[in-house]
Design a protein around this ligand. Sequence first.
Ligand code: NAD
Length: 477
Amino acid sequence: MKKHHKLYIDGQWCTPSSTQFVEIINPATNRVCARTPMANERDVIAAIEAARVAFAAWSQTPASQRADFIHAAADEMENRRDDFIVAISQTMGCPLSLTNDLQVQGSIDAFRTFAKMAFLMEEVEEKEGFMVIREAVGVCTLINPWNYPLSQLAGKMGPVLAAGCTMVVKPAEQTPLQDFIVAEVFDKIGLPAGVFNLTPGIGADLGQVLCGHPEVDMVSFTGSSAAGINISNAAAPGVKRVCLELGGKSPYIITEDTDLAVAVRSGVENVMSNSGQTCTALTRMLVPESCYDEAVKMAKLVAEDIVVGDPENPETRMGPMSSSRQKDTVLNYIEKGIIEGARLVTGGVEMPENLPDSVKEGAYVKPTIFADVGNDMSIAQEEIFGPVLCIISYCDIDHAIEIANDTIYGLSSRISAKDKPAALSIARRLRAGQCFVQGGRYKDKAPFGGYKHSGNGREWGEEGLMEYVEVKAIIYE
Ligand code: NAD
């Protein structure tokens, strides 16, 4: 069992002020797999102060130096790949054989992309009588959830380092292990003291100081809308910049002139990936009435073909939910869907059949599909964050777009149509920060973020860097 005893503050492993530890549960077995210390307010203040002191010199380093550090970190992350894979798989249940592709490789690649972006900080725009320069925003608090714990961290740390900001990092309570490995990586490459500080702990207890401390300039948060609102409230009196990446209830429009079997398969696989714990999951599949029954039958077969099991078994395609609490949340929604009158096509509230004894106590949910879903049902409106797909019928494309946009969220969307021009004409009418058309796949150079309750600000791509930038006009004429 992995045991950590110290926090990483000001370039050193420090004994925490609190004697409180948290036991980390492996959701596949429901057994303790690690123990980590909890920071308290005193530790967080020490971390913020260290980040403030470090900011003065770090923000003035040449971009080439910051890029070298980011590349060195990426190299060391490659060396620690297996440790990341085990840490993430054990704490949130991602199948071991999929964890590198789903959770680790993209984070390392993203670091290299952000290293190149450091040079954007030195670009100067000459205008008529004035110039525009870019400066780092300052000390940043980074708060992350548990579903993609390393990628979400990389998507924030990369631009923080590239821009010349410093950071205090708080992982989710149930998945802190990859953050400890990241601290070891930075320690090994000799990142200047105070640039990266790690203070794991309970978000609700530490939120006020993490987001409200006067020396914090910016908060970047990924997680639930409820926590995002609390974080914004804590940051508001200090007029801090707040970047929020929140939930989604993303639509997937399938038109009748596309290849239905291919479209349905990829839609079901998208939702079931990572046990449905993906903020961009395409959880509302919109299908024309003319091929609705056929699509539902196809979706059922795809879902029932997914191998649910022990994350350590290489055949497993879907592991448990990340915690028993998340399992309960998802099962409640499945019960609600049945009560609301949706048709349960496959899945449901029972444990999946044929689980090996090793994971019989795990937080498992069956891949679940509801048909005959009305878009006003709570299973179509609220983020379930589990392997639950709603299939909704539409009569024409205007109707599909109306249903797609009829949500408080606006994070992602997707279209499978006859061809790219047909898909693009629909994409322009969807109110969401991303739209995948035809075979479009996730790209870390593309800006990512939400409309409406899905958040504000953007991560990834150059837009992700710019969140951490202050723009200064120097006027000389
Ligand atoms: P959460 O939003 O409460 O927790 C995410 C992170 O925020 C954790 O690190 C937590 O410690 C921290 N946090 C919580 N309250 C805080 C506060 N007041 N101040 C500062 N930090 C705070 O999410 P959860 O309770 O773990 O999950 C609940 C639901 O959130 C899920 O069912 C899902 O719908 C949604 N969720 C969304 C995402 C996403 O990527 N958008 C990720 C995880 C969870």
